[in-house]
Design a binder for this molecule. Structure first.
Ligand code: FE2
Length: 363
């Protein structure tokens, strides 16, 4: 069957934050992103400021409202700093919008052209879970740094990168009973396939639980796991997220590296905070996952987790939330053949998250 929504990959991720200038500085300093483009007063934009940052194929747009009337204030009030737009790179934004709205997507905005001296881009948007929007970005007739309306930005301060290469997957948290609504949305409206499903027996500890299904587009470049809280003796981390985010939203962005030891060493030295599992995790790790190419000592020192599936293994580690509210965090992942998501690590990880919840008084 022909893919009615061919996606080239993730175009960019746009955060709405309270102070774009300082948040951009954080992603540069701590994560090793570099300046790419800017929109704000100096470019004739009066109601917001946006910094566009890049590291290899990953582009982040960090936006703050300006002036009292910007509708972005509502997003900030409801959610705190968070992800508003998951933009997808397409060859035909008008067709992408038409195909998806015909199948039941709610339009966020109709297709429109943006032009400057570097050409023309076409943008369109559909709504997904919570206040999150998928923006279709058609840039085949655009040669500028980012998009029309942005000017290239390259400031003197450009910290070195940390080896982050591309977005591996982006996870959405949705409310009670909503997981199937949204996996159906991705299946019917966007033509995605469900590739993995975890129930609360797979993902539970003594205290808390969640359910998850992983949706992937046809060529596998875009993967969206969807999480829903499940009943346990204490509060699910997904429910904690929903409480603090004020509804459904992006929970984590998994970014790939081809050298997780170097990447995590760099991130740690630059102040990124990670979740840690007890050292006992490593006692029988090689019995569980079999031989791996990396030395176990540096992995243990950095707290990097290992899991294996039929096709290979993966190494992964999760940051603590990068917002004031316990909401959005990052995952660093290195795949060595494995196409899965670290099921073998769920229990150890969720116990680590429970310890954080306990500290926050939200367990
Ligand atoms: Fe993940």
């Amino acid at each position: 069957m022909e893919d009615f929504l061919p996606l080239n990959g993730t175009d960019h991720v746009e955060f709405i934050v309270g102070n774009a200038k300082q948040t951009a500085h954080y992603y540069k300093t701590a994560f090793g992103f570099q300046d790419l483009a800017y929109a704000g007063l100096e470019t004739g934009v009066k109601d917001r400021t946006s910094y566009v940052l890049q590291q290899d194929k990953i582009r982040l747009v960090i936006t703050s409202p300006m002036g009292p009337d910007s509708p972005l204030h509502e997003h900030l009030r409801a959610h705190g700093d968070g992800v508003k737009n998951i933009a997808l790179w397409v060859d035909d934004a008008r067709k992408s919008w038409k195909e998806t709205t015909q199948r039941g997507a709610v339009s966020a905005f109709e297709p429109y052209e943006l032009s400057d001296e570097n050409g023309t881009a076409v943008l369109a948007g559909i709504k997904t879970y919570g206040d999150t929007v998928h923006v279709f970005v058609e840039r085949k007739n655009y040669q500028g740094a980012f998009l029309p309306g942005y000017r290239p930005l390259s400031r003197e301060f450009q910290p070195s990168d940390t080896g982050l290469m591309y977005i591996d997957h982006m996870v959405g948290n949705v409310g009670w009973g909503e997981m199937n609504i949204w996996t159906e949305f991705y299946a019917k409206v966007m033509g995605f396939n469900q590739i993995i499903s975890f129930d609360d027996k797979d993902i539970s500890t003594e205290y808390t639980a969640l359910m998850s299904k992983v949706m992937s587009n046809g060529n596998g470049r875009v993967k969206f796991p969807i999480n829903e809280p499940a009943k346990g003796r204490k509060k699910s981390q997904i429910e904690e997220y929903i409480d603090f985010y004020g509804g459904a939203g992006v929970q984590h962005i998994a970014v790939a590296t081809d050298n997780i030891v170097e990447t995590v060493t760099a991130l740690k030295s630059r102040g990124v905070e990670f979740l840690y599992v007890p050292v006992s995790y490593y006692n029988d790790i090689l019995d569980r996952v079999g031989p791996i190419e990396e030395d176990i000592e540096p992995l243990k020192e950095l707290g990097i987790l290992i899991d294996r599936d039929d096709e290979g293994y993966l190494l992964q580690l999760f940051t603590k939330p990068v917002m004031d509210r316990p909401t959005v965090f990052f995952e660093i992942i290195q795949r060595r053949g494995a196409k899965s998501f670290g099921k073998g690590n769920f229990k150890a990880l969720f116990e680590a998250i429970e310890r954080e919840q306990e500290n926050r008084g939200t367990l």
